[in-house]
Design a protein around this ligand. Structure first.
Ligand code: GAL
Length: 705
């Protein structure tokens, strides 16, 4: 019966996806990725899921029914299991004990709880690492990792991958058609690369495929500099940080390719045996903004994107968390899962304080508002031993609910009420922020100022965009752009010829492109572009950067928009065409900059390109963004909200769902532009919304796509 319900949910979601493709092209067209969803994605995204990481292997079987009954009473409908259980699944080489997992899945099903199986490869068992120590990873300083923790394997080791393939194949054979298993998580938070000799040889082989000849590599890396010229592939180091910028960029791309290979090995093992409705994902860690590897590349072969959303120390910064959620949604340009989140507090921050009362609920609804369809708490119950005894959980060591359990139970009730309404809806935006890993890496290798923090720069753009539109996409610079009225690229440092072409096409056909500082300085090999910034986009811009300056102190900036300051970084721009307009000038404060242009604008084709050469103070940035949005015809009917209030909108066939959260510590009132149904409060119709601190409202009204 449950299975039947799941199938009809999938059908409903498939129907919704077809409808999403209609609508007016520029404002509402669904992106190609959103259209091309698989049946597996529909399993994951066809309803709201509330869940927890459950480790049945850590508890006597006689306890399971009690835990599962408590989960069911909290409204939990999914658990993730197994991701560190290799030594229980295969206690000795070749001896598989899957019976307990089968019984755990069946027990969960008796409580109407579905299961995501995590492949256990992040924690190789001791028999494996002691018999085959060559699979252990080597740290950057040359030390070999030891058993006793997790993540001690080399991601490139062919032998380790053989063991992974074997255990994953067997799991897939056993559970690939289990009706209660809805999906698979590969490994757990891909994190550490390895610097062993085998990985070095793979790197050299990868470079050979990439560059073809040493002559090309030497040219593209400018390796005559400091006599780095290579005469044999085997001379190329794996660990030369801080090294040649070309080498540095190639190494990050190699790390991405190696994790992709690690992942592909398991995807192939799974796909050979699992039902098409079961989804494959991985949980991405690093607080969203990690840059060990390229998240767009890693999530491409997966059915859905999933991340682990932690705050750590402090309280929820809703702009940061909202931006990270939009960023995660952009990886595959579709809704996603929060595979882990903190039940109040963690055990790894400098101070492991708890979120405020109501903060977990607010953070959960914030995720849903930004496009999550699932939120799972890490973890259900604290293990009695092991490294994470102090971490927050929903049930304590005594097996009784923790104080937070009641808050989660409330979320469970609310999810039940909203699941049908929200399934098949998603956030839509006509505004995008562009990011690129090559650019992030290139800037961070050579920051020129410790104050130049790219996440902060992104948030400087995000905050006014969010305040003024309540709907921002953050996508790869290479994503389709035609349906955006305006795109902002705060730090697009690496602009290759092909990326320049992509951006040029967008502007030529009517788009508005706003470039931030450091744009277009480098080519795809992390070489300086011979044309000054923004390199290949200079002809579009009708101007260029004359010189860049890292700032010790802010400089005055002014123009028709008002007066403010530029901080951290400033570029003097020089218009090169009579039709280039200067929007902002530098004033006194730094003689090199005084009187120079700080922002210029130029029309190209049917569109416009703007270059902003500095990091503006908050007020002037707001004015700058507001003006750009107004001239691109972007506005939100909800206007500017009271401080601390966040509003998110998801639309689907026939309805618009608006989630409003008061993150402030005092009550807030929001005027709505039209009457909406207050779904969580008896469905009454509202024009004015009152929210207590940490208050959440889910509003709905009919809407035609
Ligand atoms: C995550 C990890 C979990 C758990 C959690 C604690 O990064 O995936 O296994 O360790 O942190 O916050």
């Amino acid at each position: 019966m449950k299975r039947g319900a799941l199938v009809s949910l999938m059908a409903a979601a498939l129907g919704a996806a077809v409808v999403l493709t209609s609508g007016t092209p520029r404002a509402h067209a669904a992106s190609p990725a959103a259209r091309a969803s698989s049946p597996a994605a529909h399993t994951a995204l066809g309803r709201l899921w509330l869940g927890a990481a459950w480790y049945p292997e850590q508890w006597p079987e006689s306890r399971w029914p009690k835990d599962l009954a408590l989960m069911q009473a909290a409204g939990i409908n999914v658990v993730r299991v197994g991701e560190f259980a290799w030594s229980t699944l295969e206690p000795h080489q070749g001896q598989y004990h899957f019976g307990w997992l089968k019984r755990a899945i069946a027990a969960a099903a008796r409580h109407h709880i579905f299961v995501v199986i995590g492949t256990p490869t992040d924690a190789p068992p001791a028999w494996l690492t002691s018999r085959y120590p060559q699979v252990l990873r080597v740290h950057a300083d040359g030390r070999r990792a030891q058993h006793g923790n997790r993540r001690q394997f080399s991601y490139a080791s062919p032998l380790y991958r053989r063991f992974c393939r074997d255990i994953v194949t067997r799991l897939a054979e056993h559970f690939g058609h289990n009706p209660d298993v809805i999906g698979w998580q590969i490994d757990n938070e891909y994190t550490n690369e390895s610097y062993d000799a085998g990985t070095r040889r793979l790197f050299q082989r990868w470079l050979k495929r990439r560059f073809g000849t040493l002559a090309a590599l030497n040219r593209d890396w400018t390796s005559a500099y400091w006599s780095q010229t290579y005469t044999a592939w085997r001379q190329i180091p794996l660990n030369a940080r801080p090294g040649n910028p070309g080498w540095m960029l190639a190494h990050r791309q190699f790390v991405t390719a190696t994790w992709l290979g690690f992942q592909r090995n398991q995807i192939q093992a799974l796909r050979a045996h699992i039902a098409p409705r079961q989804f494959i994902t991985t949980n991405i860690g690093g607080l969203g903004w990690s840059d060990n590897w390229d998240h767009y590349a890693i999530t491409r072969p997966l059915d859905i994107a999933a991340w682990d959303d932690y705050v750590g120390e402090g309280q929820l910064d809703f702009y940061r968390n909202g931006a990270m959620s939009d960023f995660v949604r952009g990886w595959k340009r579709q809704d996603y899962w929060v595979m882990e989140t903190q039940p109040g507090f963690v055990d790894w921050a400098p101070v492991n304080n708890s979120l405020v009362k109501g903060g977990v609920r607010a953070m959960t609804w914030e995720s849903i508002g930004h496009g999550a369809d699932a939120v799972l708490f890490w973890q259900w119950r604290s293990a009695l031993g092991g490294q994470e005894q102090y971490h927050g959980a929903l049930v304590g060591p005594d097996g009784k609910p923790e104080p937070l359990y009641g808050e989660v139970q409330r979320i469970g009730r609310e999810f039940k009420r909203c699941s049908k309404l929200i399934a098949g809806t998603r956030p839509r935006s006509t505004v995008a922020l562009l990011v690129s890993y090559d650019s992030r890496w290139a800037i961070d290798f050579q920051r020129q100022s410790v104050r130049y923090r790219q996440l902060q720069v992104l948030l400087d753009y995000y905050r006014p965009l969010e305040n003024l539109t309540h709907a921002v996409d953050i996508v790869s610079a290479r994503a389709p752009l035609a349906h955006y009225r305006i795109v902002f690229a705060p730090s697009l440092n690496v602009i290759s010829k092909s990326l320049a072409q992509h951006l040029r096409n967008y502007v030529r056909s009517g788009g508005v492109l706003v470039l931030g500082p450091r744009s277009g300085m480098k080519d795809q090999y992390n070489r300086l572009n011979v044309e000054r910034q923004p390199g290949p986009l200079v002809p579009l811009l009708g101007g260029r950067v004359q010189q860049y300056y890292a700032l010790l102190k802010p400089v005055v900036v002014s123009g028709a928009l008002g007066r403010g300051s530029g901080r951290i970084w400033a570029e003097a721009l020089s218009p090169k065409s009579a039709t280039t307009q200067v929007l902002l000038h530098y004033g006194a404060g730094n003689a090199w900059l005084t009187g120079q242009a700080a922002a210029i604008e130029h029309r190209y084709g049917r569109g416009t390109i703007i270059y902003l050469g500095t990091i503006l103070n908050r007020r002037l940035m707001h004015a700058f963004v507001a003006q750009r949005l107004a001239s691109a015809g972007v506005h939100s009917p909800f206007g500017v909200l009271p401080a601390g209030v966040e509003l998110m909108r998801r639309v689907g066939e026939g309805r618009e769902v608006v989630i409003v959260i008061n993150h402030a510590s005092a009550a807030r009132t929001v005027q709505l532009p039209y009457a909406m149904r207050d779904v969580l409060h008896r469905g009454r119709s509202l024009r004015v919304l009152h929210l207590r601190p940490q208050g959440v409202a889910v509003l709905e009204r009919p809407y035609r796509l």
